[in-house]
Design a protein around this ligand. Structure first.
Ligand SMILES: [Zn+2]
Ligand SMILES: [Zn+2]
Length: 283
């Protein structure tokens, strides 16, 4: 079954994406997807959570919230239009700023979201995946690369416990600008945090996003990388492909490679269309 549980960012509702939401949904249908989860970025609780490009465009948190409401309305409309051809889930990719769990819960409830992808893009208040410079800045604030990874996985653990996402987005995004990431991940103080967070995912029955955007950005393997995927397989953690599409051209990118990596390890994608999985969000 062709599904993607992380993606559908569109130029209409995200300043660093391209194309309209309708064009992207049509591309999923043309590519033969049976189920697609749309997960536009969460509007920030206040202006301090705006991405640098949003600040440059003069966005405010209130404006972002209003745009997010328009996204949910159009996504629901598309779900109705496509209901006989493709299942569309309407979700959100969350952010983690310490203490924002109330905001995440409010958005989830107010918009009756089908699910939330739990992502971490900020460490020490810096959006570390925005650029090489911001990554270096976050590492300097933490006191080094190993400390940056440790802080990232600690932030992720806090996010998991506080927001209980159904899907965990690009689990090892912190490796983005680190050519020696296998070495850094193998550092005992990093690896024990990786295992701790995977243990939470297993216990909560959450799904690990196997995110192909890393491939688009020139990496040789998706998020998560092989050692983490091996550990997840041993622990029996459920996984699902996510193209993290930010435009029509990204739809379905890297799906074959991800399917191969999962098949190699005998990993299964859960039946997200079952009533049971959708009830998950009532937790
Ligand atoms: Zn994005
Ligand atoms: Zn993300």
């Amino acid at each position: 079954m062709r599904i993607s549980l992380h993606g559908g960012h569109s130029g209409q509702y995200c300043d660093h994406a391209r194309d309209t939401l309708a064009e992207i949904v049509e591309a999923y249908h043309r590519a033969g997807f049976q189920c697609v989860g749309l997960t536009e970025h969460m509007p920030p609780p206040d202006d301090s959570g705006l991405y640098p490009d949003e600040v440059a465009l003069g966005r405010s948190a209130g404006w972002m919230e209003a745009r997010f409401a328009l996204y949910v309305a159009e996504a629901r409309q598309l779900a109705r239009e496509y209901k006989d051809r493709m299942r569309i889930l309407v979700g959100m990719e969350g952010e983690w700023y310490p203490g924002c769990e109330k905001w995440v819960a409010e958005l989830r409830k107010y918009h009756s979201l089908d699910y939330v992808v739990g992502s971490v893009h900020h460490v020490q208040g810096v959006c570390f995946d925005f650029s090489g410079e911001s990554y270096a800045k976050a590492a300097a604030l933490c006191g080094g690369r190993v400390q940056l990874y440790a802080a990232y996985f600690d932030a992720q653990f806090a996010m998991l416990q506080a927001t209980r996402p159904e899907v965990v987005g690009h689990f090892d995004l912190i490796r983005l600008h680190d050519p020696n990431y296998l070495q850094t991940l193998a550092t005992p103080e990093v690896w024990e945090r990786v295992l701790r967070n995977l243990e939470w995912i297993r216990g909560a029955g959450a799904i690990l996003d196997i995110n192909a955007r890393a491939l688009l950005k020139g990496q040789t393997e998706p998020y998560v990388c092989a050692p983490i995927l091996d550990a997840a397989a041993r622990m029996g953690i459920a996984v699902a492909y996510g193209d993290d599409a930010h435009g029509v051209a990204d739809v379905g990118f890297g799906l074959e490679l991800v399917e191969e990596l999962l098949a190699l390890r005998g990993m299964k994608v859960p039946d997200v269309l079952s009533a049971q999985w959708l009830q998950h969000r009532e937790r």
